[in-house]
Design a protein around this ligand. Structure first.
Ligand code: CUA
Length: 345
């Protein structure tokens, strides 16, 4: 309790020195809690790319129009209440009031709504129009409850999970679909949300100004673990991105180890693929470069040895309802398997 109060008072002091718009975005972003502290606040009012900046601009335009309308309306209600009992009104006042109601009650609101509608249409069109010939296309397939991410550049066919690596400063096209129910891909600091529908491919673009990690979230209720369907967009310098992609296209390291043997003789192979081995099931996430990812279980756990062990042995305690079944292994087998998985960089 004491540490909570200390944190809260520190927060108040800092908000006091903050510009109003940063404080507002903190307030509004607070409902969007992060499982991984240290990643940037995923608020639409803290944009990190041209898409989210358009949304922020529209948001503030609507906010200030609403604020002005609210203040004017309250002032007029106050004026009316204060003058309701006056009996010395000149006869011209009734006619003046009728005209005022028509202008302020119908004409001005119609003009404001029409203007906001036109601006919204313009922004929605800009947010949803993808390039004719995109530089980079990434396919994202939503599953209950994780994200399959595929870079299809012909020969390499890189597949990863729950992390979308992109080059910073470049517009990347995402092709979205779902394997089961309707999901929605949302990275608040980069772009508007886009639905992912089974049997249909939708397209959207995404762009980050600077290298960084931007949290994303499924934004359409999709079942028990909807809130734990998290991912990260990792924007890198274009050279670093190419290095990452080249590494991801390599087959798995640590071939011929004891841990690989454990993996290939366990139930893991029923659902997971590791390129360069005989495991090639497309049901669960591709594990070829598992150790290069920051989280496991779609953003729920940090990717470290003890969490990996917990996830393998008792996944239902981490993510009840997930398709991952528990795996029974002797302690030395589990150790060898963890050694192997940690080598998959
Ligand atoms: Cu997937 Cu909510």
């Amino acid at each position: 309790m004491r540490s909570y109060c200390r944190a809260a008072s520190a927060c108040t002091v800092r908000v006091g020195r903050m510009p109003a718009r940063t404080a507002m975005s903190l307030f509004l972003g607070a409902c969007f809690t992060s499982a991984c502290s240290g990643h940037s606040s995923p608020s639409v009012l803290d944009p990190a790319g041209p898409g989210a900046r358009r949304i922020e601009g529209l948001w503030w335009l609507m906010f200030w129009i609403s604020a002005v309308v609210f203040v004017v309306t309250v002032a007029m209600i106050g004026y009316a209440l204060l003058n309701a009992r006056r009996s010395d009104r000149p006869p011209t006042e009734a006619r003046w009031a009728e005209g005022f109601v028509v202008v302020a009650g119908a004409i001005v609101p119609s003009l404001i709504l029409a203007a906001v509608f036109v601006v919204s249409l313009r922004e929605t069109s800009a947010l949803s129009t993808t390039a004719q010939t995109p530089d980079l296309v990434v396919e994202v397939v939503a599953h209950d409850w994780w994200w399959e991410v595929v870079y299809d550049d012909g020969e390499r066919g890189v597949a990863t999970a729950n992390e979308i690596h992109i080059p910073a400063g470049r517009r990347v096209e995402l092709r979205l679909t779902s394997d089961d129910v309707i999901h929605s891909l949302w990275v608040p600091r980069l772009q508007a949300k886009t639905d992912m529908t089974p049997g249909k491919t939708t397209r959207m673009w995404i762009e980050a100004d600077e290298p960084g990690t931007y949290r994303g979230q499924c934004a359409e209720f999709c079942g028990l673990q909807h809130a734990n369907m998290i991912f990260f967009v990792i924007a890198e310098d274009p050279d670093d991105f190419e290095t990452w992609l080249a590494n991801e296209s390599q087959d798995a390291a640590a071939a011929g180890t004891e841990g690989e043997e454990v993996f290939l003789s366990s139930t893991c192979v029923g659902c997971h693929a590791i390129r360069g081995t005989s495991a090639d099931s497309p049901i669960g996430p591709d594990l070829t470069h598992l150790a290069s990812r920051t989280t496991i279980a779609a953003g729920v756990l940090a990717n470290d040895r003890s969490n990996l062990a917990r996830w393998i042995v008792d996944p239902q305690s981490v993510k009840p309802g997930a398709a991952m079944p528990p795996t029974e292994l002797a302690p030395d087998e589990l150790d060898a398997l963890l050694d192997y998985l940690e080598e998959l960089r």
